[in-house]
Design a protein around this ligand. Structure first.
Ligand code: SAH
Length: 362
């Protein structure tokens, strides 16, 4: 169902500066903008009437022309391991997916940055739906807003690893990440906000000017010939540009490392000679390697490397002094694992029951 576009301005699109400026524009003080931000993000309040420390005239103006409009959760799918996939519907009826991954004291939210993706990585299911549009800052932070309401507290970690390429939607992603880290909003530390990119080099260089969130890079191959096949953006920004850009991202940050994501594809990129080439490539770059067992999806020609080959690959990197972990596959039974956010639910005609209101009629 396509909803009518709202003519109101969505306050979720504004960062702290934007909120202060709005307050001033509406005849109030910058600190009223700060309070407004706090009401919306920290307390989850969307009704301006309840924002008791805002002047009445400000509340009235907000009431008439503004709104707090997070994407709506229309589908919730819990997995056996506690991972939960939320399908969120945007104002224009498009749908995106957000995944919640609990792990002891840690709660990670995997956030989408675009509807679909234009980058066409050959092993990624999001690529199959093609690119639809960028998300607004409000639609990105709206996923964290919803997750915080669902969990009753902000997540401890956010990874920009859902659908889409975050650096292809630079401004909105940066605004949303600022809000994640903002004390008046979610207060997540910069080491716990991770942006994952396939390597859009100019945007990566620009990112460092503005923020220093943790960086994960989808490497997947140790040489250009193979990476050109797996991650086609490599043809535009090859390894000899990507690696120095990543190195420069770490400048001035003594203890930080780049996390390299490396999907393990049977017979494609998983041999010992690939491991050796990877070791050479990463020489001199503070690195952590995340080996991701390939998550198959219908229609793919790839298979995951067998466990013993993943172990051997990992051993080889560890022996060279590179911290390497094999990523646990989470939420596999609900298509919430890496690269599986394919939006299949679009075809369902009926809303599914949320587990929390299993007895309710939809
Ligand atoms: N566009 C961003 C975020 C993508 S999702 C990026 O490219 O980094 C996060 C990770 O999952 C990426 O490393 C991506 O390459 C990987 N991935 C995609 N499809 C996968 C699949 N089917 N199995 C395992 N990992 C996959």
């Amino acid at each position: 169902m396509v909803m009518e576009a709202s003519t109101r301005t969505n306050l979720l699109d504004l960062d702290l500066k934007g909120m202060e400026a709005l307050a001033v524009e509406l005849g109030a003080k910058p600190f009223h903008g700060r309070n407004l931000l706090k009401w919306i993000h920290k307390h989850g309040v969307t009704d301006f009437e309840q924002m008791s420390d805002l002047p009445r005239s400000l509340r009235e103006q907000l009431e008439s022309r503004y709104e707090v409009a997070p994407p709506e959760i229309v589908f919730e799918q819990p997995a056996f391991d506690g991972t939960t996939k939320w399908v969120l519907e945007l104002r224009d009826g498009q749908r995106i997916e957000t995944v919640y991954i609990p792990d002891g004291d840690r709660s990670t939210i995997c956030v989408s940055s675009q509807v679909g993706c234009a980058l066409d990585c050959s092993f990624c299911s999001t690529a199959q739906q093609g690119f639809n549009r960028n998300l607004s800052a409000g639609e990105i932070i709206g996923q964290v807003w919803q997750a915080t309401r669902e969990l009753g507290r902000p997540p401890t970690n956010v990874v920009m690893m859902g659908m889409g390429e975050p650096l292809a939607n630079y401004d909105a992603v940066v605004t949303a990440m600022d809000l994640m880290m903002e004390d008046l909003a979610y207060m997540i530390s910069k080491t716990r906000v991770t942006l994952s990119t396939s390597g859009i080099v100019p945007a990566l260089l620009r990112l460092r000017e503005h923020t220093d969130v943790s960086l994960a890079v989808s490497l997947h191959a140790p040489d250009n010939a193979l990476r050109d096949q797996l991650v086609p953006i490599n043809r535009k920004y090859p390894l000899e540009e990507l690696i120095p850009a990543c190195k420069s991202y770490l400048e001035g940050e003594k203890r930080r490392k780049i996390t390299w994501e490396y999907v393990m594809l049977d017979g494609v990129n998983d041999s010992i000679s690939h491991a050796k080439a990877l070791i050479r490539l990463l020489q001199g770059v503070p690195s952590k390697v995340n080996l991701i067992p390939f998550n198959p999806f219908p229609g793919t020609g790839y298979r995951s490397s067998p466990a013993d080959r993943i172990d051997a690959f990992r051993e080889r990197l560890m022996r060279a002094g590179i911290i390497t972990i094999t990523r646990k596959t989470r939420g596999e039974d609900i298509d919430a694992a890496c690269g599986q956010l394919v939006g299949r639910v679009r075809d369902r005609s009926r809303r599914q029951l949320r587990s929390s209101d299993a007895n309710a009629k939809v």
